[in-house]
Design a protein around this ligand. Structure first.
Ligand code: PLP
Length: 383
């Protein structure tokens, strides 16, 4: 059996999404900036996709900027707001947390070269940011707060809404919603954010497409120069087929999100229950009540197991189970997760942490199969 429980890394494209995209890879190939009918056909497809996505999150279409995915949206938002606000208001302090996605962390690091400083909000042991620490870190100099909605490694869901009340009019709030978009209700008016990032490949859409929402009136400069596309904020001929694919993934999410949530909850609960039955308190579940059901992170406690994350993931793979440490490995070697370390776990425990992430099309039979494999490998790995 082959089980794919790594859907937080990426998902299989939905065939309805692919069908929606194909005409824009075959016959409708016009450049959306051209004034002839080939161009206007693709322009209409882009703008109706933008409308659908804007409506889905309670935004207006001109607040949606298509990007090459979540990472670019994050770079665009953080750089664009932080640099412009620094020029306009002199504010030079940024706030984020140590358990954000690397796209957020590395963008902040890079902004040090432009004279901006980053402060880190404390993370509670349960994986949520500490609101008192956030309040204490906000000063007159605070320009931008970047905190994620749903954590990609442990699935915790942050309460973003109250943050807005602590901000002045030239202080901004960005929320990385890549793991939440299309799975939980995201309404920019309820979250009260100035910007958010989202990506299609986490919700059965194509890879390499996403968007940034940036509320109108928010200071913002382009990340990519060289064209008047996306209201001169993101140059480059639009990736029409992928934009249409993203919109189709959203259209599907709109109708299936609730049902999918129930299905994912069932898979998660069954796997969690089975793991607890097999391993008792030799493992810990990195979850709280309000976690996303799409992610289950477990730690094999170092005091009982020979924790070696590479070997464990490889053994799972040999047994037909695709899971991951947390985030997709981009360097070739797996390092202890900065998220697991960020919630106060030891390096040894971080080396025994794996993430299972679900697709509503996964089955209970697959959960049972994975439990069998985990039991076998866990026993082999006992100290
Ligand atoms: N933010 C989070 C929370 C993610 O999980 C990911 C992808 O894993 C990203 C950002 C980056 O998105 P993309 O893969 O579309 O660049």
């Amino acid at each position: 059996m082959q089980v794919y429980f790594d859907n937080a890394s990426t998902t299989k494209i939905d065939s309805r999404v692919l069908d929606a995209m194909l005409p824009f890879l075959k016959e409708n190939y016009g450049n959306a900036s051209s004034i002839h009918s080939f161009g206007s056909k693709t322009r209409v497809a882009i703008e109706s996709s933008r409308e659908l996505i804007a409506d889905f999150i309670g935004a207006i279409p001109s607040e949606i900027y298509f990007t090459s995915g979540g990472t670019e949206a994050i770079n665009f938002i953080i750089n664009g707001i932080a640099k412009t606000n620094f020029l306009e208001s002199g504010k030079n302090e940024l706030i984020t947390s140590k358990i954000e996605h690397k796209a957020v962390l590395d963008t902040h690091k890079n902004l040090e070269h432009s004279g901006l400083k980053t402060k880190f909000v404390k993370i509670n042991n349960d994986g949520h940011f500490n609101i008192d620490s956030l309040k204490n870190n906000i000063t007159e100099k605070t320009s931008l707060i970047s905190l994620m909605h749903t954590n990609n490694e442990i699935g915790t869901v942050n309460d973003i809404e109250p943050i807005f009340n602590h901000l002045n009019e030239d202080q901004f709030l960005f929320c990385d919603c890549v793991q939440a978009f299309g799975k939980s209700i995201i309404d920019v008016n309820k979250l009260k954010v100035h910007a958010l990032s989202a990506s299609a490949h986490k919700i059965y859409g194509p890879k390499g497409i996403g968007f940034a929402f940036v509320k109108s009136g928010t200071p913002l400069s382009p990340l990519i120069f060289g064209g008047s596309q996306e209201r001169s904020r993101r140059g480059g001929t639009e990736n029409v087929a992928s934009i249409v694919g993203l919109a189709e993934a959203v259209r599907i999410a709109k109708t299936e999100m609730e049902e999918n949530h129930v299905l994912a909850s069932k898979l998660n609960a069954n796997l969690q229950k089975g793991i607890k039955q097999v391993f008792g308190d030799k493992i810990s579940i990195n979850a709280t009540e309000n976690n996303t059901p799409y992610i289950l992170s477990i730690t094999f406690k170092n005091e009982y197991f020979r924790n070696d994350i590479d070997t464990f993931l490889m053994a799972l793979d040999i047994n037909g189970v695709a899971a991951s440490q947390g985030s997709a490995c981009t360097s070739g070697t797996i390092k202890p997760s900065h998220v697991i370390l960020g919630i106060g776990e030891s390096v040894e425990d971080a080396n025994g942490t794996i993430r299972f992430s679900f697709n509503p099309k996964n089955t209970i039979q697959e959960v049972d199969y994975v439990l069998g494999v985990l039991e076998k490998l866990g026993k082999q790995n006992l100290k």
